[in-house]
Design a binder for this molecule. Sequence first.
Ligand SMILES: [Fe+2]
Ligand SMILES: [Fe+2]
Length: 167
Amino acid sequence: MKQPSQGILSTARAQDRQEVLKLLTTAYWMELETVASYVANSINPDGIRAQEIKESLNEDIDEELGHAKKFGERIKTLYGTVPGSKDFPKEQSYLQPPADPTDVVAVIKGVIEAERGAIEHYNKVIEFCADTDPVTEDMVIAILRDEEGHRRLFEGFLREIEGPGGA
Ligand SMILES: [Fe+2]
Ligand SMILES: [Fe+2]
């Protein structure tokens, strides 16, 4: 008779679990770096056009922090350890405060780039977890839905600012 499976928590699946933990840790850091970038860009920009962007980013901060917490919880469940701040990444060069604080296009493009990166990574996680860890897959699908929404929203902002001829 076939033994009931313990899935991703079983000893036999330790190797898959390590791989999932690696993917989750990357995701965790992406979310936290996004929180840092969005806090800065929800405060720094100047001008009338900046107000909508700042408000929108301000709302996103809680959502991105929520994502980071979800990734952290999943790391813990899979017998991993949520890393400390020494490993904090510096990947988002495209979301540094622009030289001109009224340059909202730079901020919008940076946000789109951050969301694009998250979408790419989460699709990778979903793909890997499809055969190995349906609970992580399920969680990341929900997060991916949020990131697709963020990206679409900021693509709309860019469209308005750059006009019909823009990207
Ligand atoms: Fe996120
Ligand atoms: Fe996002």
